[in-house]
Design a protein around this ligand. Structure first.
Ligand code: NAD
Ligand code: DAU
Length: 345
């Protein structure tokens, strides 16, 4: 899908899961970068979908919010019937620990929801489908090595298995029906609007409240951290210039152990390391992820701009300055508000 120029009337993009962490950052990014585009945001407002993430842009005439389920065929059909050029599918159950507790919803949303979107995209002849996947589909690495796009899929958690299944469904729709789709697989994101159940915002907010910081196992698991805005830029490049049927790895070139991340947060906030509490390990806990994103760099010219040291400082500053945002989440107040506004979910 070629980029809209300043003179054309712009594209219409359906962003699913746009009230979540990466989806909301992507909407902010797209509105700033392509003011002539129209964005339709389809989000079910699950426990982590938060309209506060978009309050600054809610009044823009180019953004429409639809509260709904990607697995609800009628809703998806109605939206696509209005004329949509591309779908970027962020909507998912995204938290590994929750998938270990109960995998059911992960299969429904991540696999069946994606399949409904694919079906309806095919029916409506949508010109581009971007499936936002994850490095977790590749499984776990030892001390060395990296994931390439050719690494076999070996997911270890129910979450990762559901994302891998969705990727395979996207592949099948490309091969069988010839739909124009691409898959992105990104490493661990961090930045503003991340729900405080994930490592970085949980640790920042707990430290600010002088609560314990629960580190799983020995704390030496390694993740490759990418600043969310860099991820948004990569998706922009792939949405507009990615080649039909291709998979693109996205990474931050910033491998850190969990313990290093937690200590950096405590150090920046001037809090003592005695707040760290080693707790029982996550079941099936992947040891290390590392991404080879040279394909994206060589073919589409993308690479991350923000170092971990810069990004973590900006992120900590944001959580310090936006305390009411995460306090409303931690207290559950925002959910009560949606229930009053939208009824039972
Ligand atoms: P998130 O949990 O913050 O947001 C998910 C959003 O999807 C929420 O707004 C939620 O309300 C919405 N949603 C859930 N079920 C839905 C449904 N049935 N219909 C419509 N909307 C629904 O997740 P995130 O961290 O922003 O991740 C977004 C996507 O990126 C996911 O697909 C995830 O697998 C992928 N991803 C995340 C990371 C990361 O580090 N967070 C890294 C790589 C890939
Ligand atoms: O790699 C991409 C994936 O990154 C995305 O696909 C997922 O949607 C996203 O949730 C994330 O998965 P992780 O499991 O890596 O992220 P999480 O923030 O849950 O955990 C990061 C690491 O920190 C992991 O090794 C587990 C550890 N951890 C996490 C929490 C919440 C702790 O030690 N303590 C904690 O309290």
């Amino acid at each position: 899908m070629a980029e809209g120029t300043g003179t054309d009337k712009g594209k219409t993009i359906l962003v699913t899961g746009g009230c979540g962490f990466i989806g909301s950052n992507f909407i902010h990014y797209m509105l700033a970068r392509y003011p002539q585009y129209r964005i339709i945001n389809l989000d079910i407002l699950s426990y982590c979908g938060n309209l506060d993430n978009l309050c600054e842009v809610a009044d823009r005439p180019t953004v429409t919010f639809v509260k709904g389920d990607i697995a609800d065929r009628e809703t998806v059909r109605r939206i696509l019937g209005k004329g949509v050029d591309a779908i970027v599918n962020f909507a998912a159950e995204s938290h590994v620990d929750r998938s270990i507790e109960d995998p059911n919803l992960f299969l429904r949303t991540n696999v069946l929801g994606t399949q409904v979107l694919l079906d309806e995209a095919r029916e409506a002849a949508v010109s581009r489908f971007v499936q936002i996947s994850t490095d977790e589909v590749y499984g776990s690495l030892g001390a060395s090595g990296v994931f390439t796009e050719d690494t076999p899929l070996k997911p270890n958690s129910p979450y990762a298995a559901s994302k891998a299944a969705a990727d395979l469904m996207v592949r099948a729709y490309i091969e069988t029906y010839g739909i124009d789709a691409v898959i992105t697989r990104c490493s661990n994101n961090y930045g503003r609007y991340q729900f405080p159940e994930k490592l970085i915002p949980l640790m920042i907010s707990n430290a600010l409240e002088d609560r314990e910081l629960p580190v799983y196992g020995d704390g030496l698991n390694v993740r490759d951290w990418i600043y969310v805005e860099d991820h948004c830029q990569a998706i922009d490049a792939i949405l507009h210039r990615g080649v039909k049927g291709e998979i693109y790895n996205i990474g931050g070139a910033s491998e850190r152990t969990n313990l290093d991340v937690v200590k950096a947060i405590l150090h920046t906030l001037g809090k003592p390391e005695t707040l760290i509490r080693f707790v029982k390990d996550r079941l099936g806990h992947d040891r290390r992820y590392a991404m080879d994103f040279s394909k994206l760099k060589n073919e589409l010219g993308w690479e991350p701009n923000v170092t971990f040291e810069q990004g973590i400082q900006q992120t900590i500053a944001w959580y310090v300055e936006h305390r009411p945002w995460w306090e409303r989440i931690k207290s559950g107040e925002y959910l009560e508000y949606y229930e009053r506004m939208y009824g039972n979910r």
